[in-house]
Design a protein around this ligand. Structure first.
Ligand code: ARG
Length: 262
């Protein structure tokens, strides 16, 4: 059974603007957010073991645990080094959780922003890495040394898709679901060259279709994405739509709210 890390939304809030989705005048309904998080949590719990990290009051985005770091091998994590000061305050909290749970914690060089599983995703023996918006290219080299595998570097070119996991997910080790408009033309070639692909249309990418969690044959996907759902179901997967409106106001959805621990 896979193991994932989540963080209850007790202190979730929208207090600053660090991506194109966040607008202080468009505040999330926090009761509804809790409800949506709970729904995702219940679904994940049916398919995987879920660990919880305690939320810290000064970290309104800590709920997005995909950005805590990247597990580079069993029991070893490469901790994130957030691009923005607003999120850097999360680092000691995540670090403490990993240390208390017996992980060896690797640290990025100071000048090398890296936002964890938000920007590096595994596809079998390969890894895909997004860069430019949050994670910088230097982090791919450091990560690939810890991983012992190459990271295929993909440039993100649209501010709305600022983490790799907002624009792409791995369905199985040979198949990638993605929104082409988020990437530069060479990155699109890299993806098409290495994988069988399913394309997400812009409207469904705006509903965070690419921010899905795949566990076995189940895909937990933000609701409002019927076209890509049909394509994925045709491949024998079960797609479960999850309402995520209140997290999308902060630029995140299902995948951002969970980090794979192995
Ligand atoms: N408000 C958060 C930020 O801008 C959202 C993070 C979403 N996480 C993700 N893995 N895409 O940093």
């Amino acid at each position: 059974m896979p193991r994932l890390l989540m963080c209850p939304p007790d202190h979730y809030a929208l207090r600053y603007e660090i991506n194109a989705w966040m607008h202080l005048e468009n505040q999330p309904d926090l009761a509804l957010a809790r409800h949506q998080w709970q729904r995702l949590y219940e679904q994940v719990r049916q398919l995987a073991q879920v660990e919880l990290v305690s939320p810290a009051p000064e970290c309104p985005d800590m709920v997005f645990t995909a950005n805590a770091g990247l597990v580079v091998r069993e029991g070893e994590v490469l901790l994130s080094r957030f691009r923005h000061a607003e999120r850097r305050v999360e680092e000691p909290h995540f670090r403490r959780w990993f240390e208390e749970h017996g992980y060896i914690v690797h640290i990025m060089p100071d000048d090398c922003p890296f936002e964890g599983e938000g920007d590096i995703l595994r596809a079998g023996e390969r890894y895909l890495g997004g860069y430019r918006k949050r994670t910088q290219i230097c982090a791919h080299r450091v990560a690939s040394e810890y991983l012992g595998h190459e990271v295929l570097s993909l440039e993100l070119v649209d501010d709305r898709w600022y983490h790799l996991d907002t624009a792409l997910f791995v369905l199985d080790e040979r198949t990638v679901v993605y929104y082409p408009g988020a990437f530069d033309s060479y990155a699109r070639r890299v993806i098409e060259e290495h994988f069988d692909t399913l394309h997400v249309v812009e409207e469904e990418a705006m509903h965070f279709a690419c921010n899905s969690v795949v566990i076995g044959q189940t895909v937990l996907m933000p609701e409002g994405c019927p076209l890509i759902t049909a394509l994925i179901e045709r491949r024998g997967y079960r797609v479960i739509p999850i309402p995520m409106s209140e997290f999308i106001k902060s630029g995140g959805a299902c995948k951002c709210l969970a980090m794979f621990l192995e």
